[in-house]
Write a protein that binds this ligand. Structure first.
Ligand SMILES: O=P(O)(O)OC[C@H]1O[C@H](O)[C@H](O)[C@@H](O)[C@@H]1O
Length: 549
């Protein structure tokens, strides 16, 4: 038996789960009018109402005790302290250093990393200001007006989704376009409308070895050269963000155009590093810094707040409760704010790449469930599609609702409708609708008795479906930084509970390797027999369809 499932707190939680399963939240709310007052927490401008969860005070206490028993405080200190907690890659995990405004040093292997972090921030600021002021000129003397940001995974999702979420804060100086997929349609669509003389390409790849990013950058380079630019002009139009300076210079990027990052920043935690350069170019450096400041505030909260009022800990332990004691396979994220529509995809990478693991840090196969499937989309759109399954399907799907109390260009009617849908859905999921209520509602329909019962059966909504609701004043850069850091730390806490290494991603690495091998097969550079017969057949079909006519 693993350490986790042999913890006394685990046993206690199993007993509590058995006793809570028959209880209905609807009854708890009517029995205890103070439930919403006690099951709430607030930090860094984010208010969390977690009263619509299938938990009692005793459950919450036991969940916090489990967190302590699993060594949360010590592991949190180990992360912030620069220890090599990414054990399989023997690396520190210090995205928190990238937004450390405390003035305190952060030591990695005996060296303070803060001077390098500050120097890189200064470089981002200077570069952004040069571009925005129109003094960064292309090879024909025109100022840069368009930026093409090329990257994938963590070198794409963070910058893309943050600039989307902060659309009202964008600068008019440049327009930033993102390209990730190796599908040539993507880069073609982006480049075809741009003037190469006023375009800057930002190539972001921590490793500088990712197939998609290298190929898209090659294509952009060819586009630039064939439109009239020369090899010497590349320096004015191409910059890179990478921890692999040699590979970047070998590729042809001038050394002064390389923004550094470090192996102690994981891809999915890298938006706070120079990978955030496109954010700064899109929103201006002050807004980029605002994001970092908000995240730093959440770091302090996570480090210092008692577990019972600690937002990431509360949300993480609720997730553990449903994943391990209710067999919930997934968690749905429901941002009720159009500009935040990308957050589910962002958290999907963050959470699923971090905690989609099956062995503990010690290498033992787990005998309990780990990371859930993360999915979702913006409200109210989902209400007209997948919410049906959350209301009446057979899976328990905990939900995170989120809503800004004010939006840009606020139209009060729209915003009140948005809020009422958000709150109404959470309420409906919690309360459900009983058979008797449905039966009564059908009184005026003129149905015979059997039909009335039959329809009431179908309309019955079990309720008791859990959700958190997160509210914030408005989604400014500081609040968004805090919100993203909240999810980062939630994922960290769950990794601690499940004893997994949340900072490697061997499954994804395998995909990169296999993609290259199959490419060799498609290009005729590999023995067919090395592939299974199904893959051989697919390669053969592709080769024959694309053979020169
Ligand atoms: O930045 P790169 O080295 O190009 O890597 C891009 C992405 O590659 C993989 O998919 C990793 O799992 C991601 O975490 C990473 O962000």
């Amino acid at each position: 038996m693993s350490t986790l499932t042999s913890q006394p707190q685990w046993h206690r939680l199993s007993e509590l789960a058995a006793s809570v399963k028959d209880a209905h939240m609807r009854d708890w709310f009517s029995q205890d009018p103070s439930r919403a007052d006690t099951m709430q927490a607030e930090a860094c401008g984010i208010f969390l109402d977690y009263s619509k969860n299938r938990v009692t005070d005793e459950v919450m206490t036991s969940l916090f005790e489990l967190a302590e028993a699993q060594g949360l405080s010590a592991q949190r200190d180990a992360m912030f302290g620069g220890q090599h907690i990414n054990s399989t890659e023997n690396r520190a995990v210090l995205h928190t250093a990238l937004r450390n405004f405390s003035g305190e040093p952060v030591m990695v292997d005996g060296k303070d990393v803060m001077p390098e972090v500050q120097a890189t921030l200064d470089k981002i600021q200077k570069f952004t200001e040069t571009v925005h002021s129109g003094s960064h000129l292309g090879y024909t003397g025109k100022p840069v007006k368009q930026v093409v940001a090329i990257g994938i995974g963590g070198s794409f999702l963070g910058p893309k989704i943050m600039t989307e979420a902060l659309k009202p804060y964008r600068s008019d100086a440049v327009k930033v376009h993102f390209v990730a997929n190796v599908d040539g349609c993507h880069i073609h669509d982006v480049l075809s409308s741009l003037d190469h003389e006023e375009t800057l390409v930002v190539m972001s790849s921590k490793s500088f070895s990712t197939q998609e990013t290298l190929q898209n950058t090659q294509t952009a380079k060819q586009w630039f050269l064939s439109a009239g630019g020369t090899q010497e002009d590349i320096a004015k139009h191409f910059v890179a963000v990478s921890s692999n300076v040699k590979a970047a210079t070998d590729f042809g990027i001038a050394e002064e155009n390389i923004f550094p990052m470090w192996d102690w920043v994981g891809g999915r935690y890298s938006l706070w590093s120079a990978i955030g350069l496109p954010i700064s170019l899109s929103l201006g450096f002050d807004n980029f810094k605002g994001l970092l400041e908000g995240a730093h505030e959440m770091d302090k909260h996570f480090k210092n707040a008692p577990l019972e009022s600690n937002l990431p800990v509360i949300m993480a332990m609720l997730g553990v409760w449903y994943r391990n004691f209710f067999d919930a396979q997934s968690t749905v994220m429901l941002p009720y704010y159009h500009y935040l529509r990308g957050l589910p995809a962002y958290v999907q990478q963050l959470d699923m790449e971090s905690n989609g693991k099956q062995v503990t840090k010690q290498g033992d196969v787990v005998d309990y469930a780990t990371g859930p499937i993360i999915w979702g989309s913006e409200g109210t759109n989902g209400q007209h599609s997948f919410h049906q399954l959350i209301h009446q399907g057979t899976s328990l799907i905990p939900a995170d609702f989120m809503l800004p109390l004010h939006v840009p260009n606020q139209n009060d009617t729209h915003h009140a409708m948005l809020a009422s849908n958000c709150f109404g859905q959470a309420q409906a999921l919690m309360q459900g609708k009983t058979f008797d209520e449905c039966y009564t509602d059908l009184a005026d329909e003129g149905l015979d008795e059997d039909t009335r019962k039959h329809i009431a059966q179908h309309k019955t909504m079990p309720g008791n479906k859990p959700s958190n609701t997160l509210l914030f004043e408005k989604l400014d850069p500081v609040t968004l930084g805090a919100l993203v850091a909240l999810y980062e730390h939630k994922v960290f806490v769950q990794g601690v509970i499940w004893q997994v290494n949340s900072f490697d991603q061997w499954g994804v690495e395998l995909g990169k390797e296999l993609g290259n091998q199959v490419l060799d097969g498609i290009q005729g550079n590999a023995q067919e027999s090395q592939f299974d017969v199904s893959t051989q057949q697919l390669i053969a079909k592709f080769r024959s369809a694309n053979a020169p006519k």
